[in-house]
Ligand binder design. Structure first.
Ligand code: HEM
Length: 386
């Protein structure tokens, strides 16, 4: 995919895009360096320059919540929030979800097995991550449609679906409703602690410091938002890549212990996050280009992940690939906090499909991708099986 960007990486790897009004980076080594360069800020949540004044006022509360997301903060704020959240979002909390992930995938696959076909996205991959993150947080399963709807509305803003009408209005309402909903739950956990992630966030302490109510709310919205759509796409893109490369799929079936290197390779090969944005805090010279203070840079992860300077045969899917330092989860201080959870969910989801669905194949090959520069997402993934 992306012949245009591959050509850019070869011919103009640091490219000024007039229409987007920013720099587009496509080389692995350049992107890797920027992600650990503190002359670039992650604080990028702000109204765009051409936004009408009334809208800026209307959206102020939304930007206020988003500005507390750790992913949009630099140190020292970022360090403080991430340390406190790490106390709650632990490897143990992730590992405890394993039986639940098996239970859900068994249930969903059992449901479609007799039909001989499914849409991997709507029948399978979409449900697992939202159910898991809701369960971790301690939110009831029956609220998942609401959470999903609010999160989708917010997506319109964060991922910049510029063609959607009313996207600001919808994002604002979606986030506001999610916040009202979470406020009640968080109050309840203050009074009556449970064994769940919200309680752990409310009580997390580091050298006498705690998260404020606003930070707990913002973090919950980030975990709900960051946790579901990306993982859905990892499962779907991963299965799609395997189905398009049947020899690799058979290799994995024959040797299930390859699943760990397979998951890394699926993220490298067709990862759900296509690009990360940063803003220059000062004038920066890279190669022969002058990035001016305040200018935006778009770091194309999926293009970097196929850079032949770093990956041998980059366009080949190889589930046994070693030393696979892909940038699919980012790099540096903002390296995806949910990576262990996403890895476990996709491992179980893909293993379960291979175990339960015999002779699985793509129903069609003319599949469409969502038009979006940040996320790599299929619209549908119809498959058939015996
Ligand atoms: C950060 C990708 C799943 C929570 C990031 C970043 C990327 C990413 C690229 C870095 C953004 C930046 O540097 O600006 C992904 C992918 C996922 C995934 C591809 C699935 C395959 C998850 C899950 C959760 C999560 C399941 C939580 C439940 C976060 C958080 C951050 C983050 C909280 C911010 C970390 C920080 O700023 O320190 N993710 N993510 N992600 N992700 Fe994920």
């Amino acid at each position: 995919p992306y012949p245009y960007f591959h050509q850019l990486r070869k011919e103009d790897p640091i490219y000024w895009n007039e229409r987007w009004n920013g720099w587009v980076f496509t080389r692995y080594h350049d992107i890797s360096k920027i992600l650990i360069d503190n002359r670039f800020t992650a604080e990028r949540i702000r109204p765009s320059k051409n936004m009408p004044e009334q809208m800026v006022l209307d959206m102020a509360s939304t930007y206020e919540i988003l500005s507390k997301w750790m992913v949009f903060n630099d140190p020292p704020n970022h360090t403080r929030i991430r340390m406190l959240v790490n106390k709650a979002f632990t490897p143990k909390a992730v590992e405890e979800m394993r039986p639940f992930m098996h239970e859900i995938t068994d249930y969903l696959l059992h449901h479609v097995q007799s039909k001989g076909k499914m849409d991997v996205i709507s029948d399978y991959a979409f449900l697992l991550p939202i159910l898991v993150i809701s369960k971790m947080l301690g939110l009831p399963d029956e609220d998942r449609d609401l959470l999903k709807q609010w999160s989708d509305d917010l997506l319109l803003l964060v991922f910049g679906a510029v063609k959607e009408t009313n996207r600001h209005e919808r994002a604002k309402n979606g986030l506001q409703q999610m916040v009202y909903y979470l406020e009640d739950v968080i109050q309840a956990r203050h009074k009556n602690p449970q064994n769940d992630l919200i309680t752990a966030l409310v009580t997390a302490k580091e050298k006498g410091d705690v998260l404020s109510m606003g930070e707990v709310i913002s973090t919950c919205t980030l975990l709900i938002f960051g946790g579901h759509e990306t993982t859905t796409n990892l499962i779907a893109n991963g299965l799609y890549s395997l189905l398009k490369n049947p020899a690799q799929l058979e290799k994995l079936r024959a040797n299930p212990s390859l699943i760990h290197s397979a998951i890394e390779e699926l993220i490298r090969y067709e990862g759900p996050s296509k690009a990360i944005m940063r803003i220059a805090k000062e004038d920066v010279e890279i190669a022969d280009k002058e990035i001016k203070k305040g200018q935006r840079v778009l770091l194309m992860q999926n293009i970097a992940n196929r850079d032949p300077e770093v990956f041998e045969y980059p366009d080949k899917l190889d589930i046994t690939r070693q030393s696979n330092h892909h940038l699919g989860f980012g790099k540096g201080i903002h390296y995806c906090l949910g990576a262990p959870l996403a890895r476990l969910e996709s491992t179980i989801a893909i293993n379960q499909v291979l175990k339960h669905l015999k002779n699985i194949q793509l129903e069609r090959t003319d599949l469409e991708w969502q038009p979006n520069i940040i996320s790599r997402a299929l619209k549908q993934l119809p498959v058939i099986f015996d």
